[in-house]
Write a protein that binds this ligand. Structure first.
Ligand code: SAM
Length: 171
C-alpha cells in the first residue's frame, strides 16, 4: 500500500495544487492521499475517481504528527535537502515489497520533526521545484514506469489513444 501525505494545505491558496497532488498520486500508482491540516477534500479528486475508476482513497488526518510518528512502514519525505533519488530508490523499492510506504510532501515549510521521523529524506534533484513534480518523478522511479500501463477497474470512461484528436470511450 502506498500512501501520500500532503502537509500544510491552505484551503484558499492551495486547493488546485492539492488536487493535482491527489491526481498525480492516483495516476502514478499510489493507493490513497491523506490531507493533513486541511479544510476539506477537494471534490475534483473524488469526481475523477468516480468517473475514471480505481480504488484510490482520499482522507483527512487531524493528528498528522501522531500518524507519521507511529506509521508502521517506510516513511519517505520528499525534500530538496535530502539524499539523491538515484541513491535511495532501489532500497526503498525493496522495502515496498515487504511493507507499506508513506510519502510525505509539503506545501509550506515542513516542521523539523518530519526530517527526524522519516526513514528517508529524498531529493528529486537538489533544486527547489514542486511537490507535484517531485511526487510524479518519485513514483515513476519507484515503479520503473510500469504504473503508466495500469488499468483502473470500474471506470466509466477510458481514453482511446490516438495520434491526433481526442477519443474517449464510455464503458
Ligand atoms: N519552502 C518550503 C520548505 O522549505 O520546506 C518548500 C516548499 S515546496 C514549494 C513544496 C514541497 O515540494 C516541499 O515540501 C517538497 O515536498 C517538494 N519539493 C520541492 N522541491 C523538491 C525537490 N527538489 N526534491 C524533492 N521534493 C521537493
Amino acid at each position: 500500500m502506498i500512501t501520500v501525505m500532503r502537509y500544510g494545505h491552505r484551503p484558499m491558496r492551495d486547493k488546485r495544487t492539492t488536487t493535482h497532488v491527489g491526481l498525480v498520486a492516483r495516476a502514478f500508482g499510489a493507493d490513497r492521499i491523506l490531507l493533513a491540516g486541511t479544510g476539506g477534500v477537494p471534490k475534483s479528486i473524488l469526481d475523477v475517481v468516480d468517473r475514471w475508476g480505481g480504488d484510490f482513497r482520499v482522507e483527512t488526518v487531524r493528528e498528522w504528527r501522531r500518524f507519521l510518528r507511529d506509521f508502521q512502514g517506510t516513511r519517505i519525505h520528499l525534500t530538496m535537502y535530502g539524499l539523491p533519488l538515484g541513491e535511495t530508490i532501489d532500497e526503498i523499492r525493496e522495502r515496498s515489497l515487504k511493507g507499506d510506504l508513506l510519502i510525505f510532501v509539503g506545501a509550506e515549510k515542513v516542521p523539523p520533526e518530519v526530517y527526524e521521523w522519516c526513514d528517508y529524506n529524498v531529493a528529486v534533484g537538489s533544486q527547489p521545484h514542486s511537490e507535484i513534480a517531485a511526487l510524479a518523478v518519485f513514483l515513476d522511479h519507484l515503479h520503473r514506469g510500469a504504473e503508466l500501463e495500469c488499468e483502473f477497474p470500474g471506470a466509466e470512461l477510458r481514453v482511446v489513444p490516438s495520434e491526433r484528436g481526442k477519443e474517449v470511450k464510455e464503458l
